[in-house]
Write a protein that binds this ligand. Structure first.
Ligand SMILES: NC(=O)c1ccc[n+]([C@@H]2O[C@H](COP(=O)([O-])OP(=O)(O)OC[C@H]3O[C@@H](n4cnc5c(N)ncnc54)[C@H](OP(=O)(O)O)[C@@H]3O)[C@@H](O)[C@H]2O)c1
Length: 248
């Protein structure tokens, strides 16, 4: 399957080559990893249909999702997203793990779990995957159950859990790049704390219509809108794949 390159322009290419060697880790600022957020949205800005993001996705979007996972030291999703989407081992494809190792990454990205309340989704398949390393940052003391996954638990201050969790991921686990896969609450909180460097937004050629579904951000708003610059536009099957950098 080929993807059209609208910006910067060029001949159609495979999704793999359009998103090769993104080099996020080299862009890491001092004291924390480079943070890339990836969302899929309907044209009317909704992040879910009937509570799930899958109806908005497409083959190309899924490829992009996995190509981003292949190029970061750690993957971070909010505790509600981890539960609702039933997260398991982050990179299941042995070929992708081999390519990660060739590119200088750990074969399995670290999974980051950050909670102010200590309500950790211990029951999801992620914690049952023996090869998966997971760093849990919690604002309240928790008693970690025995898990198959390799879990470290670190206490942080609840009000600064996100920033501390990211900083400690860098200092304790050498994480230079993080892919945040949502959800909307975590995205808004990261923005409020100035912890977002890039946004990949897949615009699905769909309209959710009215209803109660969440936007890609939810929670307290920003006092001033964040300012971004366009870094790339790809197109396949009427879906647009936008890449924006947050201006410093
Ligand atoms: N379209 C997409 O690409 C996409 C992507 C992901 C998710 N989704 C959809 O989004 C929905 C779930 O997202 P969500 O927004 O409800 O939850 P979420 O962002 O996944 O997780 C929210 C949880 O994160 C924890 N958290 C840690 N630090 C936080 C902070 N500083 N501020 C706020 N929360 C913090 C909170 O638990 P504590 O109170 O314990 O801190 C909170 O309950 C699902 O419907 C899912 O399908 C869509």
């Amino acid at each position: 399957v080929e993807i059209r390159r609208l910006h910067p322009g060029g001949e159609p290419v495979s999704v793999e080559s359009a998103l090769a060697d993104l080099g996020f880790g080299e862009l890491a600022p001092e004291g924390r990893p480079y943070v890339v957020v990836n969302f899929v949205s309907s044209l009317d800005g909704r992040a879910a249909i009937a509570g799930k993001s899958a109806p908005l996705s497409s083959d190309t979007d899924r490829k992009l999702f996995h190509l981003l996972r292949a190029q970061v030291d750690a993957v971070f999703a909010g505790t509600r997203t981890l539960r609702l989407e039933g997260y398991g081992r982050i990179v299941r494809d042995a070929g992708v793990r081999a390519r990660r190792a060739d590119a200088g990454f750990e074969p399995d990205p670290l999974a980051l779990v950050i909670s102010r309340s200590g309500d950790i989704p211990w029951e999801i398949p992620l914690f049952g995957a023996p090869e998966q390393r997971i760093a849990v940052y919690t604002g309240e003391p928790v008693e970690a159950p025995a898990t198959e996954a390799q879990v470290t638990v670190t206490e942080v201050a609840p009000e600064t859990a996100l920033g501390e969790g990211l900083a400690l991921a860098r200092s304790e686990h050498g994480v230079r790049s993080v892919l945040c896969e949502g959800g909307p609450r975590v995205f808004a909180a990261l923005l409020a704390d100035g912890l977002v460097d890039e946004v990949f937004l897949s615009l699905a050629p769909k309209l959710a219509g009215g209803g109660e579904e969440t936007n890609i951000t939810t929670g307290p708003g920003l006092p001033e809108a964040a300012d971004l610059e366009l870094a790339g536009v790809l197109e396949a099957d009427s879906a647009l794949f936008l890449r924006y950098r947050v201006r410093a």
